[in-house]
Design a protein around this ligand. Structure first.
Ligand SMILES: Cc1ncc(COP(=O)(O)O)c(C=O)c1O
Length: 347
């Protein structure tokens, strides 16, 4: 059977031979005793890369975000976030369940919120009968908006606004590597404007598991305590940390190939009169497009029959994500399949 081209997500990558070798050869120890040399090396490397005092290896992006929110807040506090953000839509209500937090979502444009939209949501400091606004969070790149990049000038203005109102500023940087490679702005520069950052090793970077959170030493010490309380203290986990370290050392720069592939596919989709795509939002490795004459379900079914796996983005959009395990040939073939499915004669 011919291989399926799987564009459902960049989380689908399998560890490469080099990564598996690094995992096999990893020196390990008990990380709950802080004695796993590979975990320690990963955390030091990541802290340096992100320009923060300290970093912590955690199981997933959700755990990373939720640890950060927990450490920076108290129950009853409020967090301002974008309406399509991962934290608001895809983390199973855990800000409320794990930390007693209330979210205050606001609709951005392509995932980007502006200071003028946020200011009216910040609760007055003396209003004891209101929740306390404690954290402002943004997502870079923005997943549900289609991998869009937060403009640095806006981040800087939001950071100043957060400081002015005594809010912590958290970055869900699950795909910060994609933003950095696309813009040439170092991850360190992005991270410098936030109190806490969470970034994934298991998306475009190709590790099988894991995320990193980073911030001040005090922040990470507290996150270490909460991670253990939540059952996230792991033992000889250097085997997994080795994959993360390998990912950071080998797989960041190649993300540009994923971006080129995404752009190529977007252009082919844009040229098809039966499909609609917002080319402005095609900035990294995620594409969202709309079939004009077929339902989403039927579109996905017909593509699957021909060997191409796609997923549903927002309710009325198809999602395609390029990644490490998709070659230039695969992308050309995917574009041909899409053309075939959405050609006039089939619609
Ligand atoms: C922006 C963003 N944040 C957080 C996460 C959560 O990551 P994980 O699936 O590792 O929990 C994802 C996952 O897709 C994401 O896209």
């Amino acid at each position: 059977m011919e291989k399926m081209i799987d564009l459902r997500s960049d989380t689908l990558t399998k560890p490469s031979e080099g990564m598996r070798k690094a995992m096999y050869e990893a020196e390990v120890g008990d990380d709950v005793f802080k004695e796993d040399p590979t975990v320690n090396a990963l955390e030091e490397f990541a802290a340096e890369l992100l320009g923060k005092e300290a970093a912590l290896f955690v199981t997933s992006g959700v755990m990373g975000n939720q640890l950060c929110l927990n450490v920076l807040s108290s129950p009853g506090d409020e967090v301002i976030c974008e309406k399509d953000s991962h934290i608001f839509n895809y983390e199973s209500g855990s800000p409320a369940a794990l930390s007693g937090l209330q979210l205050s979502p606001i609709e951005g444009v392509n995932g980007v919120i502006l200071p003028g939209q946020i200011e009216p949501l910040i609760r007055p400091a003396n209003a004891y009968y209101m929740p306390r606004t404690k954290i402002l969070t943004i997502e870079n790149t923005h997943n549900r908006a289609g991998g869009t990049i937060q403009p640095l000038e806006n981040i800087i203005t939001l950071s100043a606004l957060a400081k002015q109102h005594n809010l912590f500023f958290h970055l869900d940087g699950a795909r910060i590597w994609n933003a950095s490679v696309a813009t040439g702005i170092p991850v360190k520069e992005y991270a410098s404007h936030f109190d806490s950052v969470s970034c994934c090793l298991s998306k475009g970077l190709g590790a099988p598991v894991g995320s990193i959170i980073a911030g001040s030493k005090d922040f990470i010490n507290e996150a270490y305590r909460v991670r253990k309380a939540w059952g996230g203290g792991m033992r000889q986990v250097g085997i997994l940390a080795a994959a993360g370290l390998y990912a950071l050392q080998h797989n960041i720069h190649r993300l540009k190939e994923d971006h080129v592939n995404a752009k190529y596919l977007a252009e082919r989709i844009n040229a098809n009169p039966n499909l609609e795509i917002n080319m402005e939002a095609v900035q990294t490795n995620i594409l969202l497009f709309k079939p004009l004459k077929l339902s989403i379900e039927e579109s996905i079914r017909r593509c699957k029959e021909r060997g191409l796996l796609l997923s549903v983005g927002k309710i009325d959009l198809i999602r395609a994500v390029t990644h490490l395990d998709v070659s230039v040939e695969d992308i050309r073939k995917a574009a041909d399949i899409i053309d075939d499915v959405f050609n006039e004669q089939y619609v």
